[in-house]
Design a protein around this ligand. Structure first.
Ligand code: HEC
Ligand code: HEC
Length: 383
């Protein structure tokens, strides 16, 4: 079990056949510039990094993400995302690049449109973009393309999109998809760093009999409870402390908001996403889209289910859960111990009967998963 939680070697990101530039350093450099570029938003102030702040483990410390306005869910860390086949709390995108397109056109986040992205790429990133991808529309063709148009925007943006020629729509969609692919290449370079727990496990397995004393008695008791009586490792397992799946854990809806149906809606959105692995903008042959091919839909277990988050670095990311409903790790442990019924669908949890000392020990153990944030700073790609 301990070797499964801490394999002792850096985790390599899984291949993404849907993104030809996934591991291209030039794409990562361009993606990094785009990730920090607040110009790609309606008010010129919101970038991916506004919410995914490198110095905060790529999160923002808020209950729900705040861009142009407040969103409905909590900002997720980015570094572990590459290891998971589905993105977002409800898994509504099947790749990092498809994910990156969502916030840009979300009215509460960047509030931008894909034609604005195409214009911005042509005006500011043409050089680095065209070293990676087929040429963007030439200046005289861009004149035909409206500033603000999108099939998923507001009424005006949708009308402007419908008036565009099909070939122009396709050129814009292609630039938009490639924008996502460059950002994904950057995100793939953000690795999860080992923490104190990993040094402990490495010590246990070292031939030389390394210092297994790196964890205190309470922390070791917490580890035993995490795997045993607490049943946490049923879902939080593997090197990221996540099984990559979705589960209903009965987290209450935000006060004053309807319960979120989570994965139940997310899986349908992923299957219908024109930017998914089987879509026209994917670089993968359809035979390499297994996750999508075998995705389960219409299962009662998906109602109110959310992505099992990685617990690496978790102590630094309060508040917790998909809408920041629980303020502290103590509240999280109290929730698991009580296992309340779910407002929608059925919770998979059972009451645990943990004493307050045991809950404290599990929290102490979770703190040993803290990591050092990967060093990054906003830097522009060469133009
Ligand atoms: C306004 C804040 C905000 C901005 C701006 C934002 N995000 Fe997010 N991000 C979120 C929230 C909130 C979620 C979860 C949303 C959901 O599940 O519906 C999320 C989820 C994600 C995830 C999924 C991680 C996982 O494990 O599933 C990734 C990756 C990500 N964002 C990357 C980006 C990129 C790339 C950009 C810029 C193009 C961006 N985000 C812009 C708030 C933001
Ligand atoms: C049935 C699967 C399951 C089990 C068992 C489980 N978890 Fe979770 N865990 C989840 C899911 C799913 C979420 C996200 C739920 C949400 O946001 O609504 C989560 C969220 C969390 C979070 C918040 C992380 C964040 O970034 O918001 C912590 C901390 C956590 N779990 C710790 C534990 C501990 C400790 C145990 C054992 C006492 C445990 N989990 C047992 C599935 C599980």
């Amino acid at each position: 079990m301990l070797r499964m939680l801490s394999p002792g070697a850096a985790l390599a990101p899984p291949a993404d056949p849907s993104n030809r530039v996934a591991d291209d350093p030039q794409a990562a450099a361009l993606g990094r510039s785009l990730f920090f570029d607040a110009g790609l938003s309606d008010n010129g102030k919101v970038s991916c990094a506004s919410c995914h702040q490198p110095e905060r483990g790529f999160t923002d410390g808020l209950p729900v993400g705040r861009g142009l306005s407040d969103g409905a869910r909590r900002t997720m860390p980015v570094a572990s995302a590459v290891h998971s086949p589905w993105q977002f709390w409800d898994g509504r995108a099947d790749s990092l690049w498809a994910q990156a397109l969502g916030p840009v056109e979300n009215p509460a986040e960047h509030g931008f449109t894909r034609t604005q992205v195409a214009h911005a790429l042509a005006a500011q990133y043409r050089g680095p973009y065209e070293r990676l991808f087929p040429a963007l529309p030439a200046a005289h063709d861009l004149q035909r393309i409206p500033q603000r148009a999108s099939p998923v925007g507001d009424a005006q943006a949708r009308a402007a999109w419908d008036r565009m020629a099909a070939a122009d729509q396709r050129a814009v969609n292609l630039a938009f998809a490639n924008f996502g692919k460059a950002i994904a290449a950057y995100e793939r370079t953000l690795t999860v760093q080992p923490g104190r727990f990993d040094r402990y496990v490495a010590g246990l397995f070292a031939q030389t009999g390394g210092s297994a004393g790196a964890l205190s008695t309470d922390e070791r008791a917490g580890l035993r409870l995490f795997i045993g009586k607490g049943q946490c490792a049923n879902c939080h397992n593997g090197p990221l402390f996540s099984n990559g799946g979705f589960a209903n854990t009965g987290v209450p809806p935000r006060p004053g908001h309807a319960p979120d149906r989570g994965r139940d809606e997310g899986v349908r959105k992923a299957l219908n996403d024109p930017f998914n692995c089987k879509g026209a903008f994917s670089d993968a042959p359809p035979a390499r889209c297994d996750e999508l091919e075998f995705a389960v839909t219409d299962s009662p277990e998906q109602v109110g289910a959310f992505k099992v988050p990685s617990l690496r670095g978790v102590s630094q990311r309060a508040p917790y859960m998909h809408a920041g409903q629980l303020a502290s790790m103590d509240q999280v442990l109290d929730h698991y111990n009580r296992a309340p019924a779910s407002a929608v669908g059925h919770s998979e949890l059972q009451p645990l009967g943990l004493t307050s000392a045991e809950r404290r020990q599990i929290v102490a153990f979770l703190r040993t998963l803290d990591e050092t944030t990967p060093a990054t700073s906003p830097r522009k790609a060469r133009r």
